[in-house]
Design a protein around this ligand. Structure first.
Ligand SMILES: Cc1cc2nc3c(=O)[nH]c(=O)nc-3n(C[C@H](O)[C@H](O)[C@H](O)COP(=O)(O)OP(=O)(O)OC[C@H]3O[C@@H](n4cnc5c(N)ncnc54)[C@H](O)[C@@H]3O)c2cc1C
Length: 309
């Protein structure tokens, strides 16, 4: 019941300003976001890799309407990729990028700016020996993001896509993208979406996830199964057996701080597991989406806000 209002608050500038005045180290924020700096992100990456996990790093930020901010985000990615390469971590760590953080929403030629910025990050990732995945944001950006993906893949075919099972269109998008060499992350979807484009009922979203997963697992691409849902993790395992996929021809992905024991269990069972690791000062929107998924965490968050520890 709280999900929709919380997703609306994720876009509230007033609450964002209040919340981001507190340091990332406070209370519940730190559970989901290990730090604000490149150093803290690289350090957290090293620890996860030492535990047998893989990582995808996200420099937090979204909905940028400011060219300078977009440039700052690109620079942060380049700095982080340099850090991963210097510390020999790039083999096991890639990066996730939100196009709205690098200019997609800028008026005029936002899409073009985002494409050029994404190219710059893809170049740096390739030089570091790793890859980029384009996060998927709300449904108004889906066509634009898939268009930019298509352009990027001409030069960087290794670029990963993200598809959201809650959208009606996604099963068809999975069919389009389930080809050889195509890395596709399937998630449920984290934004507040209208009935006209998205399933609203959780059971319908789960059923859609399974249909999409069947398309990806039976296809020629590289599925990245992004969920913490135990039933879907089991179904993914069963589909791997049904379609005779070896471990390592697909991977599981989970968010930093969510079900870490399950991440470890899967890795110890020989599965490839990648942890999505967000960092940076712009954690507000990301954290509110996590609150919407687990409203029981909200009390903890509000307490952190009040005490500003
Ligand atoms: C690697 C990765 C990348 C993602 N990228 C995107 C993206 O690009 N675009 C996008 O829209 N969404 C993205 N998401 C978010 C995704 O869409 C869901 O919102 C999120 O993963 C919760 O869905 P779930 O599949 O885990 O299922 P849910 O039904 O939400 O959760 C299943 C179980 O997981 C645990 N759990 C889930 N959330 C929490 C939480 N916040 N705190 C504690 N426990 C929790 C609980 O045990 C819960 O019962 C990504 C998720 C992952 C894991």
């Amino acid at each position: 019941m709280l999900r929709q209002p919380l997703l609306m608050l994720a876009r509230s500038t007033r609450l964002k300003n209040l919340a981001t005045a507190m340091p990332v180290s406070s209370g519940i924020v730190n559970r989901y976001v290990p730090g604000e700096t490149t150093e803290s992100a690289v350090e957290a990456t090293r620890a996860l890799i030492a535990d047998g996990l893989h990582v995808t790093l996200d420099f937090l930020g979204e909905d940028t309407l400011d060219r300078e901010q977009a440039d700052h985000t690109v620079a942060a990615y380049l700095d982080m990729l340099g850090g991963l390469s210097d510390q020999n971590l790039a083999r096991n760590a890639e990066v996730s990028v939100k196009l709205s953080a690098i200019g997609q929403a800028l008026p005029g030629d936002g899409e073009k700016i985002a494409l050029e910025n994404a190219r710059t990050i893809c170049h740096a990732a390739r030089n570091a020996g790793t890859t980029v995945t384009l996060d998927m944001e709300d449904h108004t950006t889906t066509d634009s993001t898939l268009g930019i993906l298509h352009e990027l893949r001409k030069d960087f075919p290794e670029t990963g896509a993200v598809l959201q099972a809650y959208l009606h269109r996604t099963e068809a998008d999975c069919r389009d993208l389930a080809h050889e060499g195509s890395r596709v992350r399937l998630c449920k979807g984290a934004y507040k979406e209208p009935e006209s484009v998205a399933f609203q009922d959780r059971a319908e979203v789960d059923k859609s996830y399974v249909r999409c997963l069947k398309v990806l697992m039976s296809g020629q691409g590289y599925p990245m199964i992004a969920t913490h849902d135990p039933r879907l993790v089991d179904i993914a395992g069963a589909l791997a057996t049904r379609y005779e996929r070896m471990q390592g021809t697909y991977e599981f992905q989970m968010l930093y701080g969510i079900r870490p024991d399950e991440q470890q269990r899967l890795a110890e069972a020989g599965e490839k597991v990648r942890v999505y690791l967000p960092y940076g000062a712009e954690w507000y929107g990301y954290l509110m989406r996590r609150m919407a998924e687990r409203p029981s965490n909200l009390a903890l968050f509000l307490r952190s806000l009040v005490s500003k520890k």
